[in-house]
Design a protein around this ligand. Sequence first.
Ligand code: NAD
Ligand code: 6OD
Length: 485
Amino acid sequence: MSVKTLRNFIGGRFEDGIRTFDKLNPANGELVAHVHEASRDQVNAAVAAARQALPAWAALPVNQRTDYLYALADGIERRFDDFLAAEIGDTGKPVGWAGQIDIPRGAANFRAFAEIARTLDMESFMTDTPDGRQALNYAYRKPLGVVGVISPWNLPLLLFTWKVAPALAFGNTVVAKPSEVTPSTATLLAEVAAEVGLPAGVFNVVHGFGPNSAGEFITTHPDIDGITFTGESATGSTIMKAVAPGVKPVSFELGGKNAALVFEDADFDAAVAGVARSVFANCGQVCLCTERVYVQRPIYDRFVAALKLEAEKLVLGRPMDTATTMGPLVSHEHREKVLSYLRLAVEEGATVVTGGGVPTFGDERDQGAYIQPTIWTGLPETARCIKEEVFGPVCHIAPFDTEEEAIRLANDTHYGLAAAVWTTNLTRGHRVAQAMQVGLAWVNCWFLRDLRTPFGGSGLSGIGREGGRHSLHFYTEPTNVCVKL
Ligand code: NAD
Ligand code: 6OD
């Protein structure tokens, strides 16, 4: 593949930055792109462009505004192969996953929020007045303003558009920074925005890093009205401090250390397949992945053996090979972090059921960031590998005896993003799902999404919910109008 040059998109024009950095393909170490890092002045210019574009964009009739979102969705689909190649080059994820999840969701996010914006109703109340008459109260929703979007590398297009789409649909303008690790699809989206004639300044893309770079320049900018961020909990904490002086609203989707609970009455084969997916999908780099698996004691040994078989069946292949079921981690740097947990688990007393290191291939994949899918047992619940998010294809499996114990173990974490419960007793399924201290609980499934539902976590996993009408809470501000009749 030819090496790309990725530029910033500011006020409707592509611009070089102050310097470039290299983006490497994690599957083979090859150079993918030279990326232009935005300067502070360029971030300022992007914010100014977004501010200038805001009144006209916010005032557009909703059908006209959302027509642009449908055009963006169509544009992604028109250039599906470009997006697919860009996403795979950036992440090394298998073509099957990226082609079925990442790119289609990029388009679906625009359509979903366009539909929600078109069909919005308005909260209203008839109020009795002290003098025996009535008043009409209604909550008129205005866009928040210029929104800063900062996104991570694990589902780059999906998570970038998950924020950009509602922001635009509800009348905001955007300055967005994709992860420096995965800059390609955001740049393609800027090309599509230019192709469909999105008004200049409505959507701006700046490239760069976090501290002392585009990320920090956005979060500390006085003329940004709110920050929506997906990434690590520690980064969320830094951003909270950065926005505190301006008392800016934030929406945070952060890390997780999610539990899968498998009861003895579960459909065994479905549970094994489902947990294999919730542990190893996208090489374990989904915030919803279940790194803690608790299995009821009567089926524990059989389950460990079956999940080991599933892990060993994964095909660690080239991303463009349709037989590949697990690609590399996103970067060598991230592999170093995951490997440090593989070493730590052994120091903490884990039994390594399978995996535990770096595979060798004897070909160009040895230059990639591949890692073996890994299962541990035998760790104490206090171990760091049980408490901290690894964000790789790893899990620890532990037995439990009672439902109460399973709930206590699952909730014994400072995170609160997601949980998956496997049981054929649906009364138990509802009960346990509702007892989970998380934003999202799945029963007999995992990562099954309906974009109208609330998405987000509590505790270290985030602040607020996005999705469907829930996104209104962050992307709009109501003015209550009270009219005496
Ligand atoms: P990260 O926090 O390192 O980076 C995310 C983004 O923040 C990047 O664009 C980065 O450049 C930027 N950034 C970093 N420091 C910054 C700073 N000081 N100021 C402003 N911006 C800054 O996260 P990551 O490693 O890219 O992503 C993996 C993490 O994201 C995992 O913890 C995962 O659980 C989490 N995640 C959560 C969700 C969710 O919905 N809850 C979804 C996906 C990923
Ligand atoms: O499906 C989504 O809308 C979403 N925000 C997924 C996040 C996955 C985390 O890695």
